[in-house]
Design a protein around this ligand. Structure first.
Ligand SMILES: Nc1ncnc2c1ncn2[C@@H]1O[C@H](COP(=O)(O)OP(=O)(O)OP(=O)(O)O)[C@@H](O)[C@H]1O
Length: 235
């Protein structure tokens, strides 16, 4: 549904993505893995339309969306949950969710369903955004994005810095979101969560795709893939 073809992106004169080709359907969970600075956030922002392409194309549903605005890409059903989470600290959980509901498209995810899948948010409904733990902020950011009923959810390091029990809960949520028909592109620094969730994986290194394949293929080549992530493709 969403794809990049030979996409290159620059910050000033610095090349951050180099001829990246990838695709993600609404029926799958795809992981993008790579260490710090590999270009993962740049790739998600490029998919979401936040960064212009220097070369190559962004495709949505087989149509060239290279020059589409971020608003149009959002209307086409692509939602980004950035690593900064971007919740409103001075608004309550409920108010934050209401803002998500403003972008509501008809679909499975309604306020009651979102609160059912995140009981913690129901318990904290009147709390201010700044009173939430890191895990709760992450839940709120995801819940808010779900209320827009995206067709593809782009998640930038959603489990970073969270306790294992919260990571386990989020894995359950992502699996349910996928079951309900939303595709997920999941960015992580290591294979821990991607191995449990994703059907396909891309490893980024220095802004290029250094390895890609199914999770079964990854299992068979795990050592090689781990060494690309930790040492780089030239290792
Ligand atoms: N706004 C920016 N201006 C200039 N260079 C940037 C900018 N954002 C990122 N970069 C550079 O682009 C490269 C890729 O960064 P990016 O944030 O996409 O990597 P990442 O894999 O998401 O890393 P992290 O895990 O640290 O978030 C890095 O060298 C980074 O320093």
């Amino acid at each position: 549904m969403i794809a990049l073809e030979q996409a290159s992106v620059q910050y000033g004169h610095a090349l951050a993505l180099s001829e990246v080709t990838l695709h993600a359907g609404t029926d799958e969970i795809v992981a993008i893995v790579g260490r710090n600075g590999a270009g993962k956030s740049t790739l998600l922002k490029t998919l979401a339309g936040l960064l212009p392409l220097m070369h190559g194309r962004r495709m949505i549903d087989g149509q060239d969306a290279s020059r589409d605005s971020v608003e149009r890409i959002s209307r086409l059903g692509v939602a980004l949950v950035p690593d900064t989470r971007r919740i409103f600290p001075n608004l309550s959980v409920q108010e934050n969710l209401r803002i998500g509901a403003l972008a509501h498209r008809p679909g499975y995810w309604t306020m009651p369903r979102v609160l059912e899948i995140f009981p913690r948010l129901q318990e904290r409904i009147a709390f201010g955004g700044d009173q939430l733990s890191g895990g709760e902020q992450q839940m709120l950011a995801i819940a808010r994005a779900l209320l827009g009923n995206p067709r593809v959810l782009l998640l930038d390091e959603p489990t970073e810095g969270l306790a294992p029990v919260i990571v386990g809960q989020l894995i359950g949520v992502f699996a349910e979101v996928h079951r309900q028909g939303t595709g997920i592109v999941l960015v992580e620094q290591n294979l821990r969560v991607p191995m449990r969730l994703a059907q396909r994986q891309y490893v980024l290194d220095h802004g290029s795709v250094a390895w890609s394949g199914s999770t079964e293929e990854l299992l068979a080549q795990r050592e090689q893939v781990e060494s690309i992530i930790t040492l780089g493709a030239a290792a």
